[in-house]
Design a protein around this ligand. Structure first.
Ligand SMILES: [Fe+2]
Ligand SMILES: [Fe+2]
Length: 239
């Protein structure tokens, strides 16, 4: 497995590892590093990927400078290596919504996590990340996304998940491949709230969508979110 790194927005790095057998055409696991006075990592990667991901982070900044460890929800690809990162970075804290802390992270984290209220901003010094609760979207009670306000980058986690090992940034449609992957994995917790939650993210009109699985995009991001929301509304009505 090879890990590649691309700067997808100013001082925001996408660290990507493709696992060939995880889906037809391969399946990428992406982490995002926000380089600021208080550097933030969004997704740690699975525990067994820690050597690859930590080496990629260390090529950008010393691991011990990491200040915030964040992720969309509690699954091994999102946060399996959080305690390895906590141990490599003595000043680092996990930051997550209150539900995630109460249900899982107060117990799972080797150091107590920082609890964030919906809409709360962490000032990283040069970058500002807003925590947004998105319960059950795309899955898990504690689900959330982060919005970096200065570059208008939405770290949308598993939203738009698609297979393949495409470029770091694509100008191609990402909704079609996401719906194809949905048919394959059935990963989204469909409910009457799914579309509305995604439409709230569209209202941010992000300039970049940073995807955990697949290519990120800077092309018509708000429109892509609204199209995805409409598609999930249709799927929900078919239940
Ligand atoms: Fe997930
Ligand atoms: Fe994921």
């Amino acid at each position: 497995m090879n890990t590649s790194t691309h700067e997808i927005a100013d001082r925001i790095y996408r660290i990507s590892t493709c696992v060939p057998d995880a889906a037809p055409g391969g399946f990428t696991f992406n982490q995002f590093l926000v380089d600021a006075e208080e550097p933030l990592l969004f997704h740690t990667g699975p525990r067994r990927m820690f050597p690859l991901v930590s080496a990629a982070v260390a090529r950008i900044l010393p691991l011990e400078r990491l200040r915030w460890i964040t992720f969309g929800h509690v699954e091994s690809d999102e946060c399996g290596a959080m305690n390895e990162f906590l141990s490599a970075a003595p000043r680092a804290e996990v930051a997550h919504g209150a539900t995630g802390c109460m249900v899982s992270l107060d117990d799972l984290c080797d150091r107590a996590p920082r609890k964030l209220a919906d809409g709360e901003v962490i000032d990283l010094g040069g970058r500002r990340v807003r925590h947004i609760d998105t319960p059950h979207v795309p899955h898990n009670w504690e689900a959330r996304v982060l919005f970096e306000e200065t570059t208008e980058t939405l770290f949308c986690g598993d939203l738009f998940t698609h297979a393949g090992n495409g470029p770091a940034i694509t100008e191609a449609d990402i909704v079609g491949p996401a719906l194809a992957a949905e048919e394959l994995f059935h990963a989204t917790g469909l409910s009457p709230a799914t579309g509305a939650t995604i439409r709230r993210l569209a209202a941010l009109e992000p300039r970049t969508l940073a995807l955990m699985h697949g290519s990120s995009t800077r092309t018509r991001c708000g429109e892509a979110l609204r199209t995805l929301a409409d598609a999930y509304d249709r799927l929900t009505r078919q239940l």
